[in-house]
Design a protein around this ligand. Structure first.
Ligand code: SF4
Ligand code: SF4
Length: 757
């Protein structure tokens, strides 16, 4: 179809007072021969309706609106099939530059050139449609409280569910609990777990099929098209018999947690009658009373040691979330079941968030519960068989001793996705790397830390993915995710970790988490069936096209794709599993052959935008700086900078990119060849607490930048001409400083010698 482009220039918000609108229009009508260019009074509903009318009347199929920044639109009802590009003439020019200056006008005109060029190159999106029907059923792996709730929530919304549990019974840890902490007002009384009712509800739901003693021995495919093979489990091991094979659209991994093995500094395993909280719970569930393991005597006093291995700087440094509540609950069991019983709780901090504070208050009010802030120094056994616990650094500063029948450690929680031994080895190595006696010992330990930080977890899902059989995990074994913005997402599209495998949480939070994961899974199958991306580019209908005739099988795209989208054939040619794709463009940035493109984002489109800028020659003394800003944080920060009227150099021209990882280094060299004096790349923070919406994209850009600098050196250019920054949206105030300092540096080192060549 022939392009019919229209340009709409907004004159509201003070834009007309700051710019020469006639001159700006002439860029469209004169330089680019755009047949339809008009002004609108605002970018709000009533004026946008006039735009819709013009689109229909003029038969426009591509339009540009130069007005307020695209991110701030609330009205989006453009006729279907029309390509719409909006840019922030207000925030990115008028509000950050002095009005009616030559440089301000030049900036506005350049942006118009860039966006006209962009739409000229863009093609209408055609959502990916699989040849096979997209399956909308959901697989839930794990039959504990999270898995049961997720299965019910999905089924009650009308989706078919397959629920697998590796043991021979449903219920997980919930089924091993004697009572539950309070979940209802007044949050003071222990409650029945109601696990049997929950299991019955699941088993009787016609939309849920339950498989017990089953593991997923293989999962191939992609969202909407996952093929699952289930095998039987006997005595905790795969029995090898295939139980079933089926297709699902999305997967919820609710595989729960295991208690941490206490470390050597705690008396567990060395002194009899020192047990963990899970063992006390099991004892009550089975026998209904608390007895001493050593002699079966009824227990009348218990000392609870909080953070029994958690929240230690050297190992298991995170809070396991439920241990404080569990000890308070177990203290209540004791107090409610034995007259004059005494419960001593030794803690560093008690954590009972939200309404659970009322439960904590109840324990504080109980005269038989003694809450003491202290470190436990020692646990020994008296001649009379009692345990003597010595605590120091107490709040009043005195050493205290208590005689008890039983000591209970609040053992920490580790996710079942973690390999406990690998984590222990990692933690030990971390300590030695810091405190080892010799340089050699410390260096060796540091190498082990580096090796183990990316250790693989336990095999649960058995994904047939080039990048490994399970969700990539973080240092403590929790599946990697974007914890700030998308906590439910994992690095495998369509697979949603939920409950304690995602982060430590209590039963109530697990249920909420399960509802969240069920919704994510539903969203995934629905969006996949429409050919749309899921988070974070939810609704995006583009997807990457690989021009494989020119592929050199270098494998960079397969290795760098953060989401494991690309499989390979035997020669190493990437095989796109399109429904796994998050449309980040990292493969586009990675490919040295420049053969990966989206219909609305490609090496050619961005390269043409760069070349559209009118770069003055060196005698004008007007440098030009190109900046690539990540659309997720840095570009919205630019909007904020504008809205706060922060002023910066008029010589910068900014291009938003899907992710800094999508920046192909050819854009940098093309910019330098086009006469730009320097290039700035601004992406999200990376590292352990990364904020990159595409996990490793920003980090990749930084690691690739070395190649860019080398290329500059080959071109006999100063490598300072390329600068990379990490920025989060709240740091918008830093943007002017970044741009201005870079402009000063360019002034110092001089203009690009390639200018005008
Ligand atoms: S790198 Fe990003 S765009 Fe490319 S295949 Fe992977 S998820 Fe899709
Ligand atoms: S990065 Fe490009 S050339 Fe290399 S394997 Fe991928 S598509 Fe082929």
């Amino acid at each position: 179809m022939e392009d019919k482009i229209g340009v709409f220039i907004c004159t509201g918000y003070g834009i007309a007072e700051a710019l020469d609108i006639d001159a700006l229009s002439k860029v469209a009508t004169g330089e680019y021969n755009i047949p339809f260019c008009t002004t609108i009074d605002s970018c709000e509903k009533r004026d946008l309706e006039l735009v819709y009318e013009d689109i229909k009347k003029e038969g426009l199929n591509k339009i540009i609106i130069a007005g307020i920044s695209a991110r701030r639109y609330t009205e989006e009802a453009f006729p279907e099939g029309v390509i719409v590009e909006k840019f922030g003439l207000l925030e990115h020019v008028v509000l950050c530059q002095p009005p009616n200056e030559e440089d301000t006008q030049m900036m506005a005109e350049d942006y118009l050139r860039m966006y006209i060029t962009k739409v000229q190159k863009m093609a209408t999106l055609e959502p990916f449609q699989s040849e096979e029907a997209i399956d909308k059923s959901i697989l839930v792996v794990g039959g504990g409280i999270t898995g049961l709730t997720a299965a019910l929530d999905a089924a009650n919304t009308g989706y078919e569910v397959k629920l697998t549990e590796k043991t021979d019974r449903l219920g997980g840890w919930l089924a091993k609990q004697y009572k539950s902490i309070p979940t209802r007002p007044p949050y003071r009384e222990l409650e029945d777990t109601n696990v049997d009712a929950l299991i019955t509800e699941v088993e009787e739901n016609p939309l849920i099929k339950v498989y017990k003693s089953a593991i997923t021995s293989e999962i191939t495919g992609a969202p909407g098209l996952f093929d699952v093979t289930l095998k039987s489990v006997a005595n905790g091991k795969s029995g090898g018999e295939v139980l079933d094979k089926f297709r699902v659209g999305a997967i919820i991994q609710a595989t729960g947690w295991k208690p941490k093995e206490p470390r050597d500094e705690l008396p567990y395993g060395k002194v009899e009658d020192v047990i963990r909280n899970v063992e006390l719970e099991e004892m009550l569930k089975n026998d209904g009373r608390i007895t001493r393991p050593s002699d079966g005597k009824e227990v009348k006093s218990i000392a609870f040691i909080q953070c029994g291995g958690s929240r230690n700087k050297e190992h298991h440094s995170y809070c396991s979330s439920i241990c404080c509540l569990t000890s308070l609950k177990q203290a209540m069991y004791l107090r409610e079941s034995v007259d004059d019983a005494k419960a001593y709780i030794f803690y560093e901090f008690i954590r009972t968030p939200g309404q659970y504070e009322d439960f904590y208050r109840r324990a504080q009010e109980d005269p038989g519960v003694f809450l003491t802030r202290a470190n436990v120094a020692d646990v020994t056994r008296n001649d009379d068989g009692a345990l003597v616990l010595t605590a120091e650094n107490t709040m009043p500063g005195e050493k205290i001793q208590v005689k008890v029948d039983l000591v209970v450690l609040a053992a920490g929680m580790i996710p079942n996705s973690a390999d406990g031994e690998a984590i222990r080895a990692y933690e030990d190595a971390k300590v030695t790397a810091e405190k080892g006696e010799s340089d050699t010992e410390r260096d060796r330990a540091a190498e082990t830390v580096a090796k183990l930080i990316d250790h693989e977890g336990t095999e649960i899902l058995n994904l047939n993915y080039r990048q490994g059989p399970d969700l990539p995990i973080l240092q403590y074994g929790f599946p990697d995710s974007h914890f700030i913005c998308f906590p439910y997402e994992s690095r495998r599209t369509g697979i949603y970790p939920s409950g304690c495998v995602r982060q430590p949480m209590d039963g109530l939070s697990s249920k909420e988490d399960a509802a969240g994961a069920a919704l994510k899974a539903i969203q995934c199958v629905e969006m996949t069936s429409r050919g749309e991306a899921v988070h974070p580019r939810a609704g995006d209908q583009s997807y990457p096209d690989f021009f494989l005739q020119r592929c050199t099988q270098c494998k960079r795209c397969t290795e760098e794709c953060p989401f494991g989208v690309l499989n390979e054939d035997e020669k190493g040619t990437p095989l796109l599993q399109a429904t796994r794709c998050r449309r980040c463009g990292v493969c586009l940035g990675a490919c040295p052959e420049r053969i990966v493109s989206f219909k609305d984002y490609s090496v050619d489109i961005i390269g043409s935008m760069i070349k559209a800028v009118d770069v003055p020659d060196e005698f004008d003394e007007k440098p030009r700086i190109l900046a690539f800003l990540c659309e997720n944080d840095a570009f919205p920060a630019l909007d904020q900078a504008g809205l706060h009227r922060l002023q910066y150099t008029p010589f910068v021209r900014i291009i938003p990119v899907r992710c800094l990882g999508s920046v192909n280094s050819v854009w940098v060299t093309e910019a330098i060849s086009a006469g730009f004096d320097g290039v700035i790349l601004i992406g999200c923070k990376y590292g352990d607490d990364y904020q990159c919406h595409f996990c490793k994209g920003s980090e990749l850009a930084f690691s690739r930048s070395e190649n860019v600098r080398e290329k500059l050196e080959q071109m006999q250019m100063e490598n300072q001409r390329v600068e990379l920054h990490q920025l989060q949206i709240s740091e918008y105030e830093k943007l002017p400083e970044i741009f201005d300092k870079f402009a000063e540096m360019i002034e110092e080192i001089g203009m690009n010698p390639y200018k005008g060549m």
